[in-house]
Design a protein around this ligand. Structure first.
Ligand SMILES: [Fe+2]
Ligand SMILES: [Fe+2]
Length: 214
């Protein structure tokens, strides 16, 4: 805790820069095994493969955004407990990021070319939310995680039926996101006022539309 309390603004900025580089350019390493590996790697036909890759690219971008949001929020969090909470959630998002990247490779595809932009935009939004105070910070986590949970459910319904590997990854992610939201609520999240949740949903629709293809 003490080391957290003594982090100065430069340390926080360097933390963010390091995370940005490893998220966007590096190959983040998961701490937990990829849940998809327990499922058979069925060869999909070309249109199924492209559809599955589009969905997994959206999920990969979602995890890039989650990393950036939490790191941006942590950079300005006031209480060490809030900061620790955000960094802990970011660690599980790293697992999700690595699993989605693995699956994209298996599907013979690639992450979004706009990942540096998605990261920068989300970091700025996270920092702006965090500057309003820790209750807002945690409220932002709850809203983000609930929206991600809903869209993962939608992807679970629309993935090609044969794509058991992607499905296994998304199921574990969905459970993790629900837990992230519950933990943030328990830690004292504020309910975000209208129109913030609506604006967040609109932005994620834009992201999903672009990331499906590019
Ligand atoms: Fe995630
Ligand atoms: Fe999450």
């Amino acid at each position: 805790m003490d080391t957290l309390r003594h982090l100065n603004p430069l340390d926080r900025l360097l933390d963010s820069a390091q995370n940005a580089l490893s998220t966007v350019l590096g190959a983040p390493r998961a701490e937990r095994p990829n849940p998809g590996l327990g499922e058979p790697d069925v060869v999909l036909d070309e249109s199924e493969r492209r559809h599955a890759a589009g969905l997994m690219r959206i999920n990969h971008v979602g995890e890039v955004c989650a990393q950036a949001l939490y790191i941006g929020q942590a950079a300005v969090a006031r209480e060490p407990a809030t900061r620790a909470h955000l960094l802990e959630a970011a660690q599980e998002e790293t697992d999700h990021l690595a699993w989605c990247a693995d699956r994209l490779r298996e599907l013979d595809s690639r992450p979004s070319l706009f990942n540096p932009l998605w990261y920068a935009g989300s970091w700025a939004i996270g920092a702006a939310a965090g500057l309003r105070g820790d209750g807002w910070n945690l409220g932002f986590v709850v809203e983000t995680e609930r929206q991600v949970e809903a869209h993962l459910e939608e992807h679970l319904q629309t993935l090609p039926p044969a794509d058991a590997r992607s499905r296994a990854i998304l199921s574990v992610m969905k459970d993790d996101e629900a837990r992230h939201a519950d933990n943030a609520l328990a830690a004292g999240a504020r309910v975000l006022p209208w129109p913030i949740p609506t604006v967040m949903a609109a932005m994620s629709t834009v992201m999903k539309t672009v990331a499906y293809r590019i």
